[in-house]
Design a protein around this ligand. Structure first.
Ligand code: DX5
Ligand code: ZN
Length: 233
């Protein structure tokens, strides 16, 4: 597959979300990344299903909803009904991750599992064949604008290798500190969905920043090693 760019609206102006989304779509955004935070799993509080529903009315690309909440089982149906095409849940809060993943898929959304920087890749071993994507956090979740944790690069490689071992071509997504400096490195490691918040919205021209970051990611893809599974490039 190609490499997809998912601008995170967390760093956008919430008073002008419609224009923010239109701008990144003009710049070539493939997905809109929506960060849902509950003030428990992470210190911050952001948005809920009504806002996702409003975004769904105006967005022309699929919504990639990242649930940073302690009890995702209670809310996955509401977010799927609100228009989430992709729903990711953190393995750290889910003792019955298998059930949650299949519940998301039964609701018609793609199911992703997310791992925090301190969570080992082995936590995904049993669920890897069932996942539609894996999200590797390259910062501790909760806030935009944090610095990329360098070890995340090898973690992406590890997750890619795990998925390849079980014959799953599901993409690896990466979230946190992705910008012009880090995008190429993570694509080289095997990431195929790049989330970026501040690198896009904390610039004077989010449309242009989207276009330029996507170009950097795509350029890295063309030089990525051919050792990755066919279909993941
Ligand atoms: C962090 C969120 C991210 C955030 C990324 O908890 O999950 O999606 O918006 O922001 P940047 O790209 O600024 O690190
Ligand atoms: Zn996120």
């Amino acid at each position: 597959m190609s490499v997809l760019l998912a601008p995170s609206i967390l760093s956008a102006d919430f008073a002008a979300l419609g224009e923010a989304i239109a701008a990144v779509e003009r710049g070539g955004a493939d997905l809109i990344h929506v960060d849902v935070m509950d003030g428990h799993f992470v210190p911050n509080i952001t948005i809920g299903p009504p806002v996702v529903q409003a975004i769904k009315r105006i967005a022309t690309v699929p919504l990639d909803v990242h649930l940073m909440i302690t009890d995702p089982d209670r809310y996955i149906e509401a977010f799927a009904n609100a228009g989430a095409s992709m729903l990711s849940v953190h393995v750290e809060v889910l003792p019955h991750l298998h059930r949650t993943v299949h519940a998301i898929q039964a609701l018609g959304a793609k199911a992703g599992a997310v791992i925090n920087p301190s969570t080992p890749v082995i936590a995904l071993e049993q669920i890897a064949p069932d996942l539609d994507y894996v999200l590797v956090m390259s910062v501790n979740p909760g806030f935009g604008g944090q610095t990329f944790i360098p070890r995340s690069e090898s973690k992406v490689r590890e997750v890619r290798a795990l998925l390849d071992r079980c014959g799953n071509q599901a993409p690896v997504e990466i979230d946190g500190g992705i910008d012009q400096r880090t995008a190429g490195r993570v694509v080289g490691a095997g990431a195929r969905i790049l989330v970026a918040g501040s690198a896009i919205f904390h610039t004077p021209d989010p449309e242009r920043a989207t276009r330029e970051l996507k170009a950097t990611a795509r350029a890295a893809l063309s030089t990525a090693p051919a050792t990755l599974t066919p279909g993941t490039r």
